[in-house]
Design a protein around this ligand. Structure first.
Ligand SMILES: [Fe+2]
Length: 213
């Protein structure tokens, strides 16, 4: 009944996954575990072990220099793939997340940044996924039964992770961490990226005032 058909996927919603070089993984993980040992408050005896989030400026500390360099490299690749001009960018925040057994992280975005990401220090089986949610909320209004679930028709997509991986995504893309179903702590380091001097450069009006129209 029809001669030809094409499907054009407009406005794709990218998630970039990186396998980090083993040498860097070794340095980052060793320094991260030492920092956790030093920064995390001691557990009180007899109390349940709580999830923990570190200070949020780790990119300023020398022990996270290797991670900062890796983030700058992966961000450069992301901006290249997006076809963005060579604008300077900076890491605006960087922090460790520890999800204890049974603990989750509800859906959220990372406001006021262009791209965000997470490096995975330790993702035990059962605590080794991140879930992204379709940001087009209108698509949730009608939800017919599906023959199959895939990236084209699902409202949430679970991405499996491994230790030593990094995931990056647009900062506006909602995501959450399902409950850690292992009995081992899930350790990751999240970060945000924004263009440096945004107000002085990209934020300027996109049109020129004509005094003599
Ligand atoms: Fe996040």
């Amino acid at each position: 009944m029809f001669k030809d058909q094409q499907t054009v996927n407009l406005f794709p919603c990218p998630v970039w996954l990186f396998d980090i070089e083993p040498d860097s993984v070794e340095i980052i993980n060793r320094n991260a575990m030492a920092a956790i040992e030093q920064m995390r408050p001691p557990q009180k005896e007899g109390q349940p072990i709580h999830p923990w989030q570190s200070r949020n400026d780790l990119q300023t500390l020398p022990e996270f220099e290797e991670l900062s360099n890796v983030i700058k490299s992966t961000t450069g690749e992301v901006l290249k793939q997006r076809g963005i001009k060579d604008y300077p960018f900076q890491i605006t925040g960087c922090w460790i997340n520890i999800r204890t057994p049974g603990n989750d992280h509800p859906a959220h975005t990372h406001p006021n940044n262009y791209v965000s990401g997470c490096y995975y220090v330790n993702t035990p089986e059962g605590g080794n996924a991140i879930v992204f949610r379709d940001p087009k909320m209108e698509t949730n209004i009608i939800a017919p039964p599906l023959l199959r679930e895939d990236e084209e028709n699902s409202r949430t997509i679970m991405v499996p992770l491994q230790s030593g991986m990094m995931a990056m995504f647009p900062s506006w893309l909602p995501h959450f961490v399902p409950p850690n179903q292992s009995n081992i702590e899930r350790i990751s380091i999240a970060f945000n990226i924004m263009f440096s001097s945004f107000g002085e450069t990209i934020g300027k009006p996109l049109w020129t005032f004509d005094e003599n129209p």
